[in-house]
Structure formats: C-alpha cells, structure tokens
Design a protein around this ligand. Structure first.
Ligand code: IYR
Length: 253
C-alpha cells in the first residue's frame, strides 16, 4: 500500500536518534542506588593459553563471509535463541540493554517483509542512492531483489530502543543506545558465525517504520539491522575480497 508506506517515510525523516527525554520526564538513574557489588568471576589464563586462544579465534573469524544466497534448510530454534542470548551479553550504556531482537520464521511475515524491502530497495537503487553509490556496489552483486528474505529459515531484525520505560511508565534514558546496539550486533554476527551459520548484514534504507509497524513494535524502537540467518545455498559464491593487513589498521604507539 503506497499510501501507508509514504506516510511512514515521513516518520523515518524525524531525526529522533538518541533523543533524550525532557528533564521533567526523567527521574534519575534507573538502576537501584543501593545496587550491591559482588566479587568478579575471573579465570586467569596463562600467556600461552591466551596466545593460542587469540590465534584460534582469529582463524575462526577470518572465515566469516557475508552470504547473499541462502538454503532453506531448517535450523533449530535453540541455536537461534543461544545466539540472541549471546548478543544480549553486550555491554550497554548504564546497563540499559537498549535492544529488541525480532526473530521471524513465519512465511507470510517473511513475504510481507520482502515486499516492503523490495519496494523500497527498488527506489533506493533506482533513485535515492545515486550513480556513485550504485557503481560502488556493482562488484558486490547486490540488487534490489531480495530472494533471501523468503528463503532463509530465519530473519533476525535488530531494533534499538532510543529510550525505554520505567516501572512508573515514564521515559528512561538509553545512554549511547546507538553504540550499545552496534556492539551487540557485532557479537550477534560473531555468534552466528561461531554456530556454523551464515548471515547478511543488511540495513534496509527507508524500511524501518513500515517493518516496525508490521511487526507490532512500539515507536521507541528503530530498526537498525535485518539479518537473514541459515545455511548458504549449495552454489553460493562470495566476492574474492581480501582484508586490510594489520599494518594498515593498527597504529602502535
Ligand atoms: N541497503 C541496500 C544497498 C546496499 C548498501 C551497501 I553500503 C552495501 O554494502 C550493500 C547493499 C541493500 O541491502 O541492497
């Protein structure tokens, strides 16, 4: 429905990112002022153990690739729940945990999400993104058509809560919600890879409000990432990319 989508586009335009509630709407920190502190559970590893583990983790993460072609093979929901719990271990501003993960397996819902995304992405690629952006993406073979949205067994939609609510219903400030959700998303991608699954880090431009309404999420939540998750299609290919060498990303002082 173009009318609904156009109306929602206007909402997206409102720049309320990291909007802080007005002073009188807030009543100070949301954690109890007498929050007790307990001893840290910490297992100290030997330097050799740390070296081995750091190398092994590097080897594991070096094989992560963004995949654009998915198999419809099923994945146990237990695995997905563990992955979401892992993302939920991320640090967050004042421990506000400003994230909501919506996991979609329902085919009708996946098809509706695909319709919204393809409708917007077609406009993005043809008009909004501009020639330079489209040219820059050509080597990656990414197009407005998003078959994976109805093929992958899971869609994980990451919402950032730009503010929350206290027990009394008043607004609660979510400090650094953007950064907190970005960190959690990195952990989410890492957990997906560690579980032997693949994903595509997609950030559908202009689709946030329509998808938020479709999924019945409240207005304090903004869509930040849409990840199809599953196994790669047997014939999946990836661009032959290399990563920057350490000397290009590290400055040691
Ligand atoms: N969001 C669009 C376009 C896109 C943009 C970038 I930057 C990419 O690295 C890949 C795609 C899409 O999902 O197709």
């Amino acid at each position: 429905e173009p009318d609904l989508l156009d109306e929602l586009d206007d909402l997206e335009g409102l720049d309320d990112e990291n909007e802080a509630p007005a002073e009188d709407e807030d009543e100070g920190p949301a954690l109890p002022s007498d929050l007790k502190h307990v001893p840290l559970q910490f297992e100290r590893r030997t330097p050799l153990e740390s070296l081995t583990r750091s190398q092994e983790f590097l080897d594991l993460m070096s094989t992560r690739r963004t995949v654009r072609s998915f198999s419809s093979d099923p994945v146990s929901p237990e695995i997905i729940r563990n992955i979401i719990k892992t993302a939920g271990t991320a640090p967050s501003g004042a421990h506000t945990e400003p994230w909501t993960y919506v996991v979609v397996t329902d085919m009708e819902m996946k098809v509706k999400i695909r319709e919204i995304v393809e409708h917007e992405e077609r406009i993005n690629y043809e008009r909004r993104m501009g020639d330079q952006w489209v040219t820059d993406l050509k080597p990656l073979k990414t197009f407005w058509e998003k078959e994976y949205l109805s093929v992958a067994p899971y869609l994980i939609l990451v919402f950032k809560q730009v503010y929350g609510f206290k027990e009394n219903g008043r607004k609660k400030t979510h400090y650094y919600n953007e950064m907190s959700v970005a960190i959690a998303s990195g952990i989410l991608l890492t957990a997906i890879h560690n579980a032997g699954l693949v994903s595509l880090t997609s950030t559908p431009l202009n689709c946030g409000p329509a998808i938020r309404v479709l999924l019945g999420r409240p207005k304090n939540e903004k869509l930040t990432l849409l990840l199809p998750v599953g196994y790669p299609a047997p014939d999946a290919t990836v661009p032959d990319l290399t990563r920057k060498p350490l000397e290009d990303i590290l400055v040691e002082i």
